[in-house]
Each structure stands twice: as structure tokens, then as C-alpha cells.
Ligand binder design. Structure first.
Ligand code: SF4
Ligand code: SF4
Length: 407
């Protein structure tokens, strides 16, 4: 008599995957075409066919602990070739969303960010908190609106108050992100214990950083390869904005602490920095790159047929970045133009940045945490490297010699 196999099907999880973007999941009839054409899948236990059946059956435990959904870069080569229109690329993306909802700490935040209603409720936190702080520190007096010289920090909310509000929000995002990573890692280790083929931890981290900086995985995609440009613009824009924030904060505190050269000359320019200050230039160029990158991403999601399905979870993040960049640029322009509307725009900017920071690991931004972890773990555990072929190259190598020239 054969061994009995007990499957713990979670039908709620199946519904969750369908709702999170995998609505054509049930069309799959397991032909494996998707796995054959995937340019990123390793040879042993390849994806995404097995994820399709696990998702159809609701094998939640297996999917939540698997590193494979994170090795997929949603290139949609598989969806293009699927004879049933089951859109395996979208199902893999939906599984990633479900993983975030399940590993995020605290879990109610991971679930709230999946929907528009939940995200709006979370947005109320910075809307009310920042408004209350501005109201409180100004004693309910908005007389500064009559002051023709517009200075956000001197008149509306000081740099120190911003830091008191934003540093805890940032660390809340980072600490809950680390807790989420630990939860993910626990599952990865159970599902795929490290093997002797794996790299040591430091080379695994260095290799992953190189892959991320060069976006090499994106370039292995076929139909959606040019998505690489928009993603890269956004990625380097974030680095530029991080440098800008660190630079402006340092300059502010050098001035605040009155640190000067021996001759008594000021060490740095006073804030707010002039438009053409190098730090400001890095910030503005980064903001422009972020704006172009996010508009390209949004535009492709709206008009392209092969980009895959976009759900609320994607759009909330895209909108958040788009509005941060827009309000950041408009706040500067209206300040320089001397318009009082600058204060309102700056307030909106602060609300949106707070939302991005505090809910980093719970929103789509969480990919940054979880994908990086899975990529390092894939190297560390010895999961075979991807076949690493573009779809066309793959087809060329599969073809008999005599037909290659024709193809
Ligand atoms: S998702 Fe499509 S290509 Fe993949 S196994 Fe199912 S039917 Fe075949
Ligand atoms: S979307 Fe691309 S990377 Fe992901 S499974 Fe399909 S072919 Fe592979």
C-alpha cells in the first residue's frame, strides 16, 4: 500500500493569491511551459510550475517558506508563453504579496497595506500626528502664514521636531523589517537547509550587492527587459536622496552647533541650502530621476500588455513615491516663488515621507528587505544559480544545430 500524503490546503490563502493579482491561477493545467522558458529559474526544482500547483491547492506553508517567489523578477516571459493564459508571472507576484502579508511584523500592518482602505487608515496616523504637532508647537497660531519670508523650519516645524517625529518612524520601519526578515529566514532555512554547494555569508552578500547594483537579473528577462531602466533610475534615485538627507542633516547640525574654522569662518552654508548647492543638486537630480523612473513604471503598468497585473498594493507604493517626489519639488519651487501654499505642500510631503518610512517592510517597499534576504540566502544555501539565458538565447540553445540559423 502506498504512503498516504496529507495536504493541509488553506482555501483562504488561495483566495488571497487570487485577490492579490493571481486571478487566472485556476486556468493552469501543469504543462510546465512556464518553467521551461523562465530565464531565472535554477535547474533543480525549478519554478514557477510547482508554485502554480501549490497555490492552486493552497499549500500556504510551502509557499510562505519558499525562496523561489523572490528569485522571480516578474519578467513575464512565462506568462507570454503560457498556453492557458494562467499568467504565472502574476501568480508569483501575488505569492510575494501574500508572503509580505504573512511575515510582516506586526501582521495587521502587513495585511492593512494590501488594500486601499487599510492604507488610507494607516495614512491617517501621520496626517493627524504631524498636524497636531504643528498645531501644538505653534500654539494654534498660524500667523507665520503672513510672513513674506517662507522658511519651513524656522516658521512651521523645526528640524529638531522633524527628527523627533521621523527618527522613531524610520527605526520602527527598520526594526519591524528586521523582525520580518528573521521570520522569513526561519522559513527559508526549514524549506531549503544550507548545502555544501553554498557560498560563505560574506561572498554571498557581496555577490548579491553586485547583482542588485548592476540589475543583472532584470537584464536576463526577455519580453520586459526594458523595465530595467525605470527600476534602475528609481533605485539610484533612492541612494541619491539618502545621501541628500544625510548631507542636509549634517550641514544643519554643523550650523546648529556653531562649528567653525579656526579663523571663525563658517564651515558650511546655512540651511535652507541654495538651489545650486552640490547637496541640493544631488537631491534635485535624484528627485528628477525618481520622478522619471516612477512615471515610466506607472505608464508601463497602464499601457503595456505584457507587464502583468497591477493591484492596489503596487499602486499605493507607486502613488506614494510619485507624490513624495512631486510635493518635494513643488515645495521648493513655491518656497522660492514666495507662495504661502508652500507650507501646505511641505506638510503633505512630510505626511507621505512618514508613511513611506514607518510602513517600509509592510508595503511594496518591503521587497527591498525580503528579496535581498532571499537572494543572499539562495547563494548561501547553494540553490543552483539561474540558467541565466534570455528567452531567445534559451530557445537557440534548445534548437537542433541545423535550425539555429533559421531561427
Ligand atoms: S502556468 Fe501555464 S505554462 Fe505554466 S504549467 Fe500552468 S498552464 Fe503550463
Ligand atoms: S515572471 Fe519571469 S522570472 Fe518570474 S517565473 Fe516567470 S519567467 Fe521566471
Amino acid at each position: 500500500m502506498s504512503d498516504r500524503v496529507i495536504i493541509n490546503a488553506d482555501l483562504k490563502f488561495v483566495q488571497g493569491v487570487i485577490k492579490a493579482g493571481g486571478e487566472d491561477l485556476k486556468k493552469c493545467y501543469q504543462c510546465s511551459t512556464c518553467t521551461v522558458v523562465c530565464p531565472l529559474t535554477p535547474e533543480g526544482a525549478p519554478f514557477p510550475r510547482k508554485e502554480m500547483i501549490n497555490a492552486q491547492w493552497g499549500i500556504k506553508d510551502k509557499l510562505i517558506k519558499s525562496m523561489d517567489p523572490w528569485l522571480c523578477f516578474h519578467c513575464n516571459d512565462c506568462s507570454e508563453q503560457c498556453p492557458r493564459g494562467a499568467k504565472p508571472g502574476d501568480v508569483m507576484a501575488a505569492i510575494r504579496n501574500m508572503v509580505i502579508a504573512n511575515v510582516a511584523v506586526p501582521s495587521f500592518l502587513g495585511k492593512a497595506t494590501q488594500s486601499i482602505g487599510g492604507s488610507l487608515a494607516l495614512l491617517l496616523v501621520p496626517i493627524i500626528l504631524i498636524a497636531a504637532v504643528i498645531f501644538g508647537i505653534n500654539g494654534g497660531d498660524f500667523g507665520f502664514l503672513n510672513n513674506p519670508e517662507i522658511d519651513f523650519h524656522a516658521n512651521m516645524i523645526s528640524q529638531l521636531t522633524i527628527e523627533i517625529l521621523f527618527i522613531p518612524a524610520f527605526f520602527f520601519g527598520v526594526i519591524t523589517g528586521i523582525l520580518g526578515i528573521l521570520k522569513l529566514l526561519k522559513g527559508l532555512k526549514e524549506d531549503y537547509p544550507p548545502t555544501e554547494k553554498g557560498e560563505a555569508l560574506i561572498p554571498a552578500i557581496i555577490g548579491t550587492v553586485k547583482d542588485v547594483l548592476s540589475h543583472s537579473k532584470f537584464r536576463e528577462c526577455g519580453v520586459n527587459q526594458n523595465r530595467n531602466v525605470a527600476h534602475m533610475l528609481l533605485f539610484y534615485a533612492f541612494i541619491g536622496l539618502l545621501i541628500t538627507t544625510a548631507g542636509v542633516t549634517t550641514i544643519y547640525y554643523i550650523n546648529f552647533l556653531n562649528i567653525k574654522f579656526g579663523s571663525g569662518v563658517a564651515l558650511v552654508t546655512a540651511t535652507p541650502l541654495p538651489f545650486f548647492h552640490p547637496i541640493k543638486l544631488i537631491g534635485n537630480i535624484s528627485a528628477l530621476a525618481a520622478a522619471i523612473g516612477i512615471v515610466m513604471i506607472a505608464w508601463r503598468r497602464l499601457v503595456s500588455d505584457n507587464i502583468g497585473k497591477s493591484v492596489a498594493f503596487d499602486w499605493i507604493f507607486i502613488l506614494n513615491i510619485l507624490l513624495i517626489v512631486t510635493t518635494g519639488i513643488l515645495a521648493q519651487v513655491t518656497r522660492v516663488a514666495g507662495s504661502q501654499i508652500a507650507y501646505l505642500i511641505y506638510y503633505c510631503h512630510l505626511v507621505l515621507v512618514f508613511f513611506l518610512f514607518a510602513y517600509m517592510p509592510h508595503s511594496k517597499f518591503g521587497h527591498m528587505f525580503y528579496r535581498a534576504t532571499a537572494l543572499v540566502y539562495a547563494r548561501y544555501s547553494g540553490r543552483e544559480k539561474s540558467v541565466g539565458m534570455t528567452f531567445l538565447e534559451g530557445k537557440q540553445q534548445e534548437l537542433p544545430e541545423e535550425t539555429k540559423a533559421v531561427a
